[in-house]
Design a protein around this ligand. Structure first.
Ligand code: GLA
Length: 387
């Protein structure tokens, strides 16, 4: 026979456990609701004030797609400040070198994420001829001209317009005036960035001039697919669809030769680790590869993979070349926004482009833009995960 006191005790226990479970369910549903809220993805484009430069307002735009991939771009320098993508464990991380605030960029880092122009890479001795006219450019890399000069497109404030039609898109416009950094002609430049739901970021460049001028536009993002500035990119594997490259002299000016990569450390035709033969290349990789392209349609240029995070970047371009720069000049003197030193090889650039110094190399594809014609170039970065 069960004693009535015991029955009361059992009933009380029952009551307490019901209360306990009810409270537990309440808290866990709150937690779930919070998580869902945090995970709520606002596909589209947002804009915040980011300061001023040259007395003009600077903004930071965030493009977000349906999976929550985000690309942040500023109209200062047409700069990509972060690209946030998932790794193989669905954890989101930023995979480009950049800063959280404008001050990082005003301190002139080596072109982090910037739009480069009027001419990407070097022009020997900062001079070139068009017909019989000799043009002298600003020299900012020893005796050479680099990435558009002292105040290239990476250091100017662009006009910006954001739209969301089918996908979030940011359109930047800049008028580079006749004589700027020594270049002839007023150049109207438009750069459009759009992010689709397949984790593809496209960058489209267009330009028109009123006098013949060389033009070579690119983007200078430094990738670290691990999303960790304290680890180098030497373990990343790289494939470049280029059987030839353009060798350079000691000041990184092309010699004019177009040389086969076969049996050299420049052979990336089959994916290989960047660190595998980098020690055989004096100073590290900083070379233009000639892409195996038959025409100027959008075609595969390179595939970069980090097996530790599973992140992969596939690059397509309409350009004939790609500059592979392994972050050789980074030396820890610049700090990330959270105070970590940005050391050598902590990021790498894959700059789709025409070849360096083309205005002085008649054997290279021409970079001359004439009035009445249009400069047009597209590069697409596809981000994916390999397990
Ligand atoms: C380019 C050049 C490099 C270096 C970097 C910026 O990629 O090829 O030599 O100047 O820009 O530091």
């Amino acid at each position: 026979m069960i004693h009535s006191k015991n029955i009361i005790a059992v009933k009380q226990l029952h009551f307490h456990s019901i209360i306990f479970f009810a409270v537990l369910i309440f808290f866990s549903s709150c937690k779930e609701a919070k998580k869902n809220n945090e995970m709520q993805i606002h596909r589209g484009i947002t804009k915040i004030n980011w300061g001023t430069a040259d007395d003009k307002p600077v903004y930071l735009y965030t493009l977000t797609n349906k999976d929550g991939m985000q690309v942040k771009i500023s109209n200062y320098g047409g700069t990509i400040t972060s690209i946030i993508v998932a790794d193989k464990n669905d954890s989101m991380g930023n995979i480009v070198l950049g800063f959280d605030s404008l001050s990082g960029y005003l301190a002139k880092p080596p072109y982090f994420g910037a739009t480069i122009g009027r001419y990407g890479n070097r022009i020997a001795d900062g001079k070139f001829k068009i017909g019989d006219s000799l043009y002298r450019l600003a020299t900012n890399n020893g005796k050479n001209h680099l990435h558009g000069g002292i105040k290239g497109f990476d250091k100017v404030v662009w006009d910006a317009a954001a739209t969301v039609d089918s996908v979030p898109e940011l359109s930047l416009h800049y008028l580079s005036k006749d004589g700027e950094e020594g270049y002839p002609g007023n150049l109207q430049v438009t750069v459009k960035f759009w992010l689709n739901d397949d984790n593809e970021l496209s960058i489209e460049y267009a330009a028109q001039t009123d006098k013949p001028t060389p033009v070579n536009l690119t983007n200078h993002s430094y990738f670290n697919l691990k999303g960790d500035v304290t680890s180098t990119i030497l373990e990343h594997t790289l494939m470049i669809d280029g059987d030839y490259y353009t060798p350079v002299d000691s000041s990184l000016i092309p010699t004019g030769e177009i040389k086969s990569v076969k049996k050299t450390p420049f052979d990336f035709t089959q994916a290989k680790k960047i660190g595998e033969r980098i020690n055989e290349v004096k100073g590290g990789y900083d070379h233009n590869f000639v892409l195996n392209k038959k025409n100027d349609s959008l075609q595969l240029a390179a595939v970069l993979t980090d097996s530790s995070s599973g992140r992969q970047l596939t690059i397509y371009t309409t350009e004939p070349g790609i500059q592979f720069y392994s972050g050789n000049f980074l030396d820890g003197s610049i700090k990330s926004s959270d105070g970590k030193p940005i050391d050598q090889h902590s990021g790498l650039c894959l700059e789709t482009q025409h070849f360096p110094d083309s205005p002085n190399e008649p054997g290279f594809p021409s970079t001359l833009l004439k009035p009445g014609t249009k400069y047009h170039s597209i590069t697409k970065w596809k981000f994916s995960v390999v397990k």
